[in-house]
Design a binder for this molecule. Sequence first.
Ligand code: CA
Length: 219
Amino acid sequence: MQILLVEDDVLLADGLRTALRREGFSVNHVATGKDALAALITNQPEIVILDLGLPDMDGLSVLKQLRADGKGPHVLILTARDATEDKVSGLDLGADDYLVKPFDMPELLARLRALERRTGAVRTGRISNGRVELDTLAHSVSVDGKELDLPRREYMLLKALMENPGRVLSRESLEEKLYGWGEELASNSIEVHVHHLRKKIRADFIKTVRGVGYTVSKP
Ligand code: CA
């Protein structure tokens, strides 16, 4: 699940990014409204965490532009503004949720999981495909009922593929899901993760579509 974090408080953004990545979310961070609007186009996140007090424009204007075409990602407003009229404006402009700072991390994570379920990719938290079962709430993977201990990026890669069975995901789109902007990655990172997953699950569970990317078959 790709999250765009729009937050100009550097310390808060760092803390959030770390906590969200630990939860298995893939996070890109921007600190201005202008960068947020650019990232929405290039990055196509599924969820946006939106601060309202941004240095260059009001977060509500970002929300307005984002909703202009009636589509777009789920938006959770995360702000110190606790006035009812701010909440009402935010929700009326198409925000899905509103959380006031200071907030508790477990509550934010629970609300993000709720939004994640609403994206439709994950309805129950459990995705089964043959002998493999992935539980997005427990962040666990089992093969024939036996739990696997997967590093975070292997889990995220497997989750991305299992959420889109029958679809080929390009190496670039997988890199985007697994790594944030500016993060160092070797050119063969995805291949290495796939190699490890095949060894742990089954050699042919993840198929290579030469020159295109990777896929898992429909269950
Ligand atoms: Ca702010």
